[in-house]
Ligand binder design. Structure first.
Ligand code: PLP
Length: 359
């Protein structure tokens, strides 16, 4: 199978080799050193300030989203949240569950975020802003510079879910004054699922220190204290943390975050150019694309039927959508260990389906 989904994605041979090894004991100086190296490289790739801290939580990306909310916000906050798809909706549900006062900015699927969306909330006493940098469900990449300026003007604490855009699109944690960023091991980090990576700027560390977190397992005070010596309070997903180490060093050797972003951008462009070249019956449905994924509306067949056909008859996974987008949108990812020739195979499958009048 070739995997063109947005996670889990294909891993490099070196990362996969780690998965075949015995899981080592981890309360050792060697593992601590590996964790501190992971912290250093993650901070470097996200352009975080020297005094920022990284934690590796054993949970998926959604666990990282909930951790951020539980540790950094409370009932005295007044949050703004962008809801443009399934992941924005998840933030809305989490804020509701944890009883954080908030206002939702709801976007039509596929639409970019504009200054008009933010304008009504200038100078209205908001304290925090939550967004996906890239809403993976609809493939819309938001203008974080615009949000960042809004947050600086209004003194808002910015929480950014970069889960599907970190290492795919440029992100500068310092320039954007992001308080906390979240990513996951199975997106562009291209490792097994199971680790949420979070970077906390000093503004987030201050909030964590002043907040009470009503969940021991996800308490960032404990995670941060342990991470001072490269450890975790509980047994982490040791094997995945070792994979992350191999992967981060791989990226470093290949030229760092910018080179990895360029690689992803090239694959996205290659695929999008081929779609046009072959005049395939799919429309790109996002006003603002990320390099991570191309969201497509097939004009002649159900998106889900195309997903099934490609999976069962051509041995490839494209990424189906859920809910109301199930029949109208599928997505093709550009993250993980993929090559141009993988895209040639996918394009050939689409051409074959058109010849057979399936699409
Ligand atoms: C994948 C994803 C998540 C959720 O991650 P899980 O690992 O499935 O919990 C959250 N936000 C965005 C933007 C994502 O792409």
């Amino acid at each position: 199978m070739i995997n063109f989904t947005v996670g889990p994605v294909q891993s490099s041979d070196a990362v996969r080799a780690i998965g075949a090894e015995q899981v080592p004991y981890f309360r050792t100086a060697e593992f601590s050193e590996l964790m501190l190296e992971n912290e250093r490289l993650i901070k470097k790739f996200a352009y975080a300030t020297e005094d920022s801290k990284v934690v590796f939580m054993t949970c998926s990306g959604s666990g990282g989203m909930e951790t951020a909310i539980m540790n950094c916000l409370n009932k005295n906050d007044k949050a703004l949240v962008i809801n443009g798809g399934s992941f924005g909706q998840r933030f809305v549900e989490l804020l509701t569950l944890h009883e954080i006062p908030f206002t939702e900015i709801k976007l039509e699927h596929g639409k970019a975020l504009t200054l008009e969306h933010l304008a009504p909330y200038e100078g209205k006493g908001y304290t925090a802003f939550l967004m996906q940098k890239h809403e993976t469900s609809t493939g819309v990449h938001y203008d974080i510079e615009m949000v960042s300026d809004f947050c600086k003007r209004n003194n808002l604490f910015l929480i950014v879910d970069t889960i599907s855009t970190f290492l795919c699109d440029p992100f500068d944690m310092t320039a954007t004054n992001t308080g906390i960023m979240i990513t996951g091991s199975q997106k562009a980090l291209a490792c097994a699922p199971g680790i949420a990576v979070m970077i906390l700027a000093p503004s987030a560390l201050k909030r964590v220190g002043e907040n009470k977190c009503c969940c021991q397992y996800l308490d960032l005070k404990l995670a941060l204290k342990n991470m001072e010596r490269g450890q975790t309070p509980w047994t982490p997903a040791v094997g995945i943390l070792r994979q992350i180490n191999v992967r981060l060093k791989e990226i470093e050797t290949m030229g760092g975050a910018d080179a990895e972003i360029a690689r992803c951008a090239n694959l996205a462009k290659y695929f999008r150019d081929k779609l046009i070249e072959h005049n395939l019956p799919f429309e790109i449905v996002s006003e603002s694309l990320s390099n991570a994924v191309t969201p497509l509306h097939p004009t002649t067949q159900s998106a889900y039927e195309i997903f099934l056909k490609i999976k069962d008859e051509y041995g490839m996974w494209i990424c189906p959508n859920g809910g109301e987008m199930k029949d109208t949108i599928f997505r093709v990812g550009h993250i993980g260990c993929l090559t141009e020739s993988d895209y040639d195979q996918l394009i050939n499958a689409f051409i074959d389906l058109r010849q057979k009048k399936f699409i």
